[in-house]
Unconditional design. Sequence first.
Length: 307
Amino acid sequence: MAERSRPRRSGEHRHRLRLRRLLLLLPLALLLVLLAHVPALLLRSANSLGRRCLPGATGHPLLLPRPGLSLAIVTLADEGAGTRRSFRGVLEATARNKRAYAAAHGYRLVALPASAVDPSRPPSWSKVLALRAHLRRHHWLFWNDADTLVTNPEIPLERILFSVIGHSDFDESPDLVVTEDFGGVNAGVFFVRRSEWSKRFLDTWWNQTSFVQFGSTRSGDNAALKHLIDHLSPEEKQAHVRIAKMQCLFNSYPWILTWKSALRLIFHLPTTWKGVYSDGDFMIHFAGLDDKPGWTKRIVGEIGTLR
């Protein structure tokens, strides 16, 4: 009888050991869940925790829209499918969001169709042609990649420009206003002023053919822009280019947990803090993210600005 009871006791022992291991792993699992969600929640609340993307008082008279000043929002996208970062359907949704914003503030929205994309280069290069074609018609152009949404329509473009330039004489201003992310200057969202310098700069940017790349997530236009800005003389850069102190002023990125984002959070916290999307930011940019249609639908649902 004793011989027959050993397997039962052995099985019960193994069961207790497995249960003990599970109980020991449970706190570790809970810790991992907290580590995954707490940073995201804190970063999404950056503005309520004291971060200031847009300084200054909203009621200052210099921040009011100036009569006769013409501003346009310009965007386009390739509708091609077949990649994990496809823009198919994104422009339609984001253009509706921006059209409502533009109408509320008296701006023009130039949402170019896929036919405006130059087939000889990756689609993102066509922003240079679009800006060059419309520059003569407006005092300022505000370029947005298609994977961007206005998330705080109460903020006018004039106020953003004022916060960077420091005055409201937008005819006597720098010509290019950009933000920086982990890789430096970002070509996805920026302002360009109508001027002879801007025309030459856009032409020079387009002529940087050595930077053109096919078959990857990088097309080369951003690298070409950084190269041009980096090789301006200090005097020319000071006169014509401004880099916003806070990326979140008009080009915020959503934070999701990946190995890369976790390492950046640990080793480059100030840069993450300056650029992460938080409630109240002016614009969200899904730069480098997959499933752009899904992200667009999610954020539109959150902000409720899609008409």
